[in-house]
Design a protein. Structure first.
Length: 205
């Protein structure tokens, strides 16, 4: 059996059975825009009892992630090569995932392009619907304007709450650490300040 046959999940289709997908029942976290998979693999290794679904449209990154994950013997990672919004909308049932990570999404810095940013009201509403009560959403960016937008958009979703009432520390108590990646280190060398935003779905909303 090829690596892809085990690891890949179609972006479009009927609702996915997460327990069957991972071969066991476990909390599942989405890694949206996983890039080359550096943080995905590090966090999956930290928490082997948590399933991770990594999502990206770029073939090279998906292939690299699967190759390295297979080499490292990880069994708790699956990959979607395709559009995250399509997968979340079509294949995830309401309140089915324990969390989601959106690390360093494309900032679309030009004002006329900002409508293309991922973290917008419609996307956040959809993702919140798929979070189990108490589930988390962890975002990180080195673009100051996008960080402010994240705070505003996530703060406007009534089913979410921000325990930090602003930006979060890099290390969240009780959560898997967010590793430093090559992309983040490059941004820091350019003098960019990295900001984290952490919110959770209210237990009743």
């Amino acid at each position: 059996m090829t690596i892809g046959a085990t690891w890949l999940i179609d972006a479009s289709g009927d609702a996915v059975d997460l327990a069957a997908t991972f071969g066991r029942s476990m909390p599942v976290v989405l890694d949206i825009g996983c890039g080359m998979g550096e943080s995905t693999l590090a966090q999956a290794a930290q928490a082997p009892d948590v399933g991770v679904i990594a999502i990206d449209v770029h073939t090279r990154g998906v292939a690299t992630l699967m190759r390295k994950g297979h080499r490292d013997g990880l069994t708790n990672v699956r990959v979607v090569h395709g559009d995250a919004v399509t997968f979340i909308h079509e294949r995830l049932q309401p309140e089915s995932v324990a969390g989601a990570r959106v690390y360093f999404p494309d900032p679309w810095p030009k004002a006329r392009h900002r409508k293309r940013r991922l973290v917008q009201e419609e996307f956040v509403s959809l993702l919140t619907d798929r979070l189990a009560p108490g589930g988390f959403l962890h975002c990180a960016t080195d673009d100051a304007a996008y960080a402010e937008q994240m705070l505003d958009v996530l703060g406007a979703e009534p089913r979410l709450q921000n325990p930090f009432e602003g930006y979060a520390p890099r290390s969240i108590p009780g959560a898997v650490d967010r590793p430093s990646t090559k992309y983040e280190r490059r941004g820091e060398q350019l003098g960019h300040l990295v900001r984290d935003v952490w919110v959770t779905r209210r237990l009743s909303a």
